[in-house]
Design a protein around this ligand. Sequence first.
Ligand code: CP3
Length: 347
Amino acid sequence: MLKNDTFLRACRKENVEHVPVWYMRQAGRYDPEYRKIKEKYSLLEICKQPELAAEVTLQPVKKLGVDAAILYSDIMNPVASIGIDFDIVKDIGPVIFNPIRTKADVEKLKPIQVEEDLGHVLETIRILDRELTIPLITFAGAPFTIASYLIEGKPSKNYLKTKQLMYSEPDVWHLLMHKLGDMVIAYLKAQIQAGAKAVQLFDSWVGSLTPQDFKQFVYPTISRIFTELKDVQVQKIYFPGVSSGELLPELRDLNVQVIGLDWRVSIPEARKRLDHRFAVQGNLDPTVLTAPQHVIEEHAKAIIDQGLEEPGYIFNLGHGLFPEASLEKLKELTAFIQQYSKEKIQS
Ligand code: CP3
C-alpha cells in the first residue's frame, strides 16, 4: 500500500507537502552494499533473480529516504528478446555483438515476447508492488537511444554510424524506429500491468539531434508510444537526456505528465519552452554532488526555489549519479530537499 504518494501528486501538478525527490541511478556503485553484490553477479544476472533485483531496488529507498523507487534494470534489457546479442561490460557500458548496419539486419529483428523473455522483470515489479510504500517507477529506453547502441555497437561520442543510417537510408531508419517503438509499447504496457505506478522513457542521447531532425526522424515514434499509453492510468515521464533544452518546444503535444530536464536549461526557461503544460523533473548537475555539503545544498535550494514557482515539480539530477557520489551526502541532501521545500510551501 502506498503511504507516500507525493511523487504521483507532483506529477499531476497537485498540492504537495514537500518537493518529492528521487535520483536517476539511485541504485548503484556509490553504495558499498551494491558493490558487494556486484562482486558476485553482473547487472544482467541480478535482473534475472527477481528477489535480488527487488532488494537492490529497495536499498536506496531505505537508505536515502527518497519519495519514489526506480526498478533495477537497464534500458538494454528488452533487446535480447528482439534478437540482439549484447552484454553490459564493466567500465564501458552496453556492447552489441551483432550491431545493426543494413536493411536486412533491421528486417530480421523479431517482435518482443515480454512474458516469455522478460518474465523475471515483471516478477520483480510484482514483488516491489507488494513491498513498497512509495510509488515504483519502471522504464524503457527510447528508440533513438536504443538504436544508437544497436547501430554503433557500443557507447558513442558523436553517433556517426547512427546518423549516417538516419540520413542515408531514411526508410531503413523509420523501419527501425517503428520496430523499436513496438518493442517499447509492449514492454511498458506489461510493466504497468505488473504494478508500475509511473513509467519513464529514457532518451539519453537524443539531444545530439537538431530540433528539425528530432521532429522528422524521432518524434513520430515518441508520440506514438505515449498515444498508445494515453488511457493507461499511470504517470508518464519523457526524459530527453543530455543537452535537450533546444528540443523542449517540440514536446508540447506529447501525452505525458512530466518532462525530465538536464541542467543546461533553467527550470523557468524549460517551462516556458514547454508552454507550462507539464510537471518538470530535474535538474541538478550530478557533478555538484562531489562538492562540500553546503555547496550542494546551495545548488539544491536554487533549483527548488525555481521548481516551486509553479505546481508540478520533482527534484532529480539532470543525469545519472556517478559512482563517486557519497551515500552520506545523498542522504543529507534528500532530507534537506524535503525539509527546505516543506518550510517554503508552508510559509
Ligand atoms: O536508476 C536506477 O537506479 C535504475 C537502474 C538503471 C540502470 N540503467 C542500471 C545500470 C537505469 C534507469 C538505467 C538506464 C540506462 N542505461 C540509461 C538511461 C539513463 C542514462 O544514464 O542516460 C542508459 C543510457 C543506459 C545504458 C548503460 N547501462 C550505460 C551507458 C551503462 C554504463 C555506464 C556506467 O555507469 O557504467 C550501463 C550500465 C549500468 N546500468 C549500470 C547500472 C547501475 C552501471 C554498471 C553496473 O553497476 O553494472
